[in-house]
Ligand binder design. Sequence first.
Ligand SMILES: Nc1ncnc2c1ncn2[C@@H]1O[C@H](COP(=O)(O)OP(=O)(O)OP(=O)(O)O)[C@@H](O)[C@H]1O
Ligand SMILES: [Mg+2]
Length: 319
Amino acid sequence: MSRSTLGLLERRLLFVTGKGGVGKTSVAAAIGWLAAARGLRTLVCEVDAKGNLADFLGVGPLQFDPVEVRPNLAAMAMDTEASLREYLRLNLRVPLVARLGPVARTFDFVASAAPGVKEILTVGKLAYEVRERNYDLVVVDAPATGHVIGQLASPVAINDLVKVGLVRSQTDWMIELLTDADVTGVVVVTIPEEMPTTETLELIDRLHDETDIDVASVVVNRVLPEIFSRPESVVFDRLRSAEGLAVVRSELGPAVDEVVDGADLAVRLRRSRVPHLTRLREGLGDDVPLLYLPFLFHRSHGVRATSVLADAISDELGH
Ligand SMILES: Nc1ncnc2c1ncn2[C@@H]1O[C@H](COP(=O)(O)OP(=O)(O)OP(=O)(O)O)[C@@H](O)[C@H]1O
Ligand SMILES: [Mg+2]
């Protein structure tokens, strides 16, 4: 598979994944927010039924039918049963599929018996939106590391089972779309800590080994700020030396020690992340673009955080 030279927002289908809790939903919302602000007709889709994407977009609970969040930005929640109904309506031209009550029950039965069915209905719906050019960009708040491969590989898994017929003709175009690096990419979100770094490197290896899907970017989220520039560090080092402290303490009292300790903690916390960032960079090599997003010290994490992260992504993309 050849890698794409396209930028993140030039692709058309992005699956945002990563270890639990690292910021997948935040980043998916922010990518969608940025793309829409840049004029791309964008759909953000949440796959996890218990997800909180709506909170990050400042809208009410999401449904299968997309809602408009702001100009150019629509959001939906995946519902595999609704996806099947839509598929049947579009492909089998069955009128009033909604009246076929047993479809739901049969579906549940089939979906729990045959692995990959729910996944293909998810991926199929998203790929369909891309194929039909209903949106310029579809961003998927995808399952966490452990489950995403199964979802991305589902068309291939089903292709291996079914050699001919209707299903095969459906999975063929999906595979084509998913394995075209100019169309589809995976965005792996991580944070500069040991376990997420390990999981990210393992996931990327597995994506290469088990799928033909390109990694569009690794997003390192919650990067702590460098609080001092080099000249400021020199001042800080002098300040926290015994003589420096003695001078300032005589002027401002013993609370100076706590203020200096606080700043020292911020410096050390940031430094403690460096080895993980280095391991990540070295593990990824030059192939995968890395984006860094700042730790947000906001009290609430709604639309405001989304727009700050969108600006940060925009800065990182550099154009
Ligand atoms: N850059 C950031 N700075 C500070 N807090 C953040 C940042 N990004 C995300 N968070 C917070 O971290 C928490 C987890 O984020 P989010 O829900 O996006 O993660 P997730 O990977 O989707 O989690 P899950 O695996 O549960 O779906 C949320 O409270 C979110 O507001
Ligand atoms: Mg999430």
